[in-house]
Design a protein around this ligand. Structure first.
Ligand SMILES: Nc1ncnc2c1ncn2[C@@H]1O[C@H](COP(=O)(O)OP(=O)(O)OP(=O)(O)O)[C@@H](O)[C@H]1O
Ligand SMILES: [Mg+2]
Length: 254
């Protein structure tokens, strides 16, 4: 139990008559790569948004490090060590790569930093600290040489890496990634997953929605499968791909 980082208990979320997420139970432990897959509209993003505090669940509870966080706001989840990167990167395209990183961190720390303008000196020190952290992370995600390039000049894959870097600025215990490899070439997709694997060895857990199953299944140690709002399968990638139910879900069983 003490290994459990995130625990979802009987979570449901509906929109009008649509049960987007229906009584889902699952766990994510510290470290490692955890997958969440399922056909379009099966509820993956809704589940993520509920974990992040963007949606309030209609039923059930969410625990983070054994603390009940069901009704916390996104910034409170962020402070506890939960961050995300969006299905579509939300970057400031005219700003440099480095500034995009700093904005990600400042957005969270801004209130604290500007609490008193007389704290200017401390602010300058923290700002220096943030810059050096940002440069370290850009090095990790392989964008260090593009630090001063405007984000709009990045390729689709590089934008995904920047979005990952922005998520890492939170120093998260758990990072939720919604389709990190979507729309980018297979070589870079694989490189992103290799980076995630390295980072996960340092104790960060990644919970990842990805439609590129072959890529996710190569790197994930545990995979959850959703269908029509329900959690229908869970296990090691090999167990999942050995299960005929998995294929019938994707082929549609009607
Ligand atoms: N804000 C919303 N308002 C109304 N219905 C919604 C909303 N968000 C999601 N839904 C519905 O909930 C269901 C689950 O959607 P969700 O986006 O979670 O699926 P998904 O598994 O992430 O799909 P995809 O793989 O296409 O990203 C769908 O039927 C969708 O139309
Ligand atoms: Mg989605």
């Amino acid at each position: 139990m003490e290994d459990t980082l995130l625990r979802i208990e009987e979570i449901s979320k509906h929109f009008g008559g649509v049960y987007a997420v229906n009584e889902v139970n699952l766990n994510v432990d510290h470290g490692g790569i955890w997958g969440l897959v399922g056909p379009n509209g099966s509820g993956k993003s809704t589940l993520f948004n509920t974990i992040l505090g963007l949606h309030k669940p209609d039923h059930g509870d969410i625990y983070f490090e054994d603390k009940c966080v069901t009704n916390l706001a996104p910034h409170q989840m962020y402070d506890l060590g939960l961050a995300n990167a969006f299905q579509v990167p939300r970057l400031f395209y005219s700003m440099t790569v480095l500034d995009n990183m700093l904005v990600a961190a400042r957005r969270q720390q801004g209130d604290k930093l500007f609490n008193g303008l007389f704290l200017r000196r401390r602010w300058q020190e923290q700002e220096k600290g943030l810059i050096s952290e940002a440069l370290d992370i850009l090095d990790i995600v392989g964008l260090d040489e593009l630090s001063f390039t405007p984000a709009k000049e990045l390729s689709g894959g590089q934008r995904k890496l920047l979005e990952l870097g922005r998520g890492l600025m939170a120093k998260p215990k758990l990072l939720l990634l919604d389709e990190p490899a979507a729309g980018i070439n297979p070589v870079l997709g694989k490189r992103i997953f290799e980076k995630l694997r390295d980072l996960s060895k340092n104790g960060i857990a990644f919970f990842i929605v990805e439609h590129r199953l072959e890529l996710l299944f190569e790197f994930a140690s545990w995979v959850y499968v959703m269908d029509k709002g329900k959690l229908v399968l869970a296990g090691e990638p090999k167990t999942i791909t050995d299960n005929p139910l998995f294929y019938s879900i994707y082929l549609g069983d009607e």
